[in-house]
Design a protein around this ligand. Structure first.
Ligand SMILES: NC(=O)C1=CN([C@@H]2O[C@H](COP(=O)(O)OP(=O)(O)OC[C@H]3O[C@@H](n4cnc5c(N)ncnc54)[C@H](OP(=O)(O)O)[C@@H]3O)[C@@H](O)[C@H]2O)C=CC1
Ligand SMILES: Cc1cn([C@H]2C[C@H](O)[C@@H](COP(=O)(O)OP(=O)(O)O[C@H]3O[C@@H](C)C(=O)[C@@H](O)[C@H]3O)O2)c(=O)[nH]c1=O
Ligand SMILES: [Mg+2]
Length: 299
């Protein structure tokens, strides 16, 4: 199976490339700027024409959540119009398509985990443009699988774990919000899940059970983690490896003002993914130490 993924340096693109290494019947190739620029939708069909692959994964996105508040047009161009153009090119060539989306499509005002049938109501420009992308993709490629994930971290790119470890090099104490719950999810685990979904779509492209929206995050357990809990896990793993750590001061969202509002609770129920695609990611704490080890080794 050949998977084409959009973006070359993103966390998920890098993770897909790594997960395919050494797997005989799988190859992943990444296509990104300048050859494929999602802000230039008219060039996308040309960039993808003649590409030989079995599945296309759109992992490229405008992911700077706070910056998007002041650049809504660029965020919309990438997350909606760009995604739509990639989906159209896939549909025209009859290639199965996977779109990656986010927990930030929800407003956070639910006590339990969100289901795929719950109404989205994004609080931020990033969330609004990703939701618009989901709808445009579904219209352009009705057989697409749309995978919503959350709180992604990895040895690659920019993420919360890298930020915490970098800040801990110069600070003894860090204030971190303890009233937003969600599921920290390893991009390497997501890549494994995406490959499984891609295999299903390649084998049964017309099976309606495989199409539509699915939630794909780590399992959060009964006491859902907050960003502060995630930070504490990162520091405990780092301390065990002789790396930097800081005391976590648990604060409320009001104590950490940001341009974009985030959901209070963004836990996603991943049952539908397990039932339809047979994919279940590990408990959220499982990959923390390995990823921290790799971040420390790279820095
Ligand atoms: N990060 C997170 O916490 C979460 C992410 N998601 C979603 O998961 C997916 C993967 O995220 P992640 O890997 O973390 O993203 P990253 O921010 O790590 O990478 C984003 C990728 O998008 C590419 N990109 C941005 N703008 C353009 C453009 N105009 N044209 C082409 N490519 C562009 C970047 O290109 P380049 O390689 O040139 O830098 C990069 O490869 C995204 O759809 C995101 O919305 C969902 C939930 C959480
Ligand atoms: C750096 C920092 C952040 N925070 C808070 C701010 C915010 O509420 C939370 C996370 O901050 P970040 O800016 O790292 O994460 P954020 O950009 O909100 O991450 C999101 O990215 C997009 C792409 C998604 O799709 C989401 O699933 C989610 O992963 O932690 C602190 O409380 N203290 C700190 O020192
Ligand atoms: Mg291979």
């Amino acid at each position: 199976m050949r998977i084409l993924v959009t973006g070359t340096e993103g966390q998920l693109a890098r993770s897909l490339l790594e997960q395919a290494q050494g797997v005989n019947d799988l190859s992943v190739f990444a296509l990104g700027r300048p050859d494929l620029d999602l802000t230039r939708p008219h060039a996308i069909a040309g960039a993808l024409a003649g590409v030989d692959c079995d599945v296309i994964v759109n992992a490229a996105a405008y992911t700077a959540v706070d910056q998007a508040e002041s650049e809504p047009d660029i965020a919309h161009a990438v997350n909606c119009d760009g995604a739509e153009a990639v989906a159209q090119a896939a549909a025209r060539a009859d290639i199965p398509f996977i779109q990656i989306s986010t927990d930030y499509v929800f407003n956070g005002q639910k006590d339990g985990a969100w289901n795929e049938d719950d109404s989205p109501d994004p609080l931020s420009v990033y969330g609004k443009t990703k939701l618009a992308g989901e709808m445009a993709v579904q219209a352009a490629a009705p057989k697409a699988a749309i995978l919503r994930t959350a709180w992604v971290y990895s040895p690659f790119g920019k993420n919360f774990a890298k930020t915490m470890l970098r800040l801990a090099e110069s600070r003894d104490e860090l204030s971190v919000v303890a009233d937003q719950t969600g599921a920290p999810t390893s991009a390497l685990d997501i890549a494994g899940g995406v490959i499984a979904v891609a295999r299903n779509l390649a084998a049964r492209p017309d099976d309606p059970a495989l199409h539509g929206v699915f939630h794909m995050t780590a399992i959060a357990g009964s006491t859902a983690p907050t960003w502060a809990d995630f930070a504490e896990q990162i520091f405990s793993a780092s301390r065990a490896l002789g790396g930097p750590s800081a005391q976590v001061r648990r604060i409320s969202t009001a104590g950490y003002p940001t341009p974009a509002a985030r959901p209070r609770n963004s836990l996603l129920d991943c049952t539908r993914l397990e039932q339809a695609h047979g994919v279940r990611l590990p408990f959220w704490e499982v990959p923390v130490a390995n990823i921290v080890r790799r971040i420390l080794a790279d820095s």
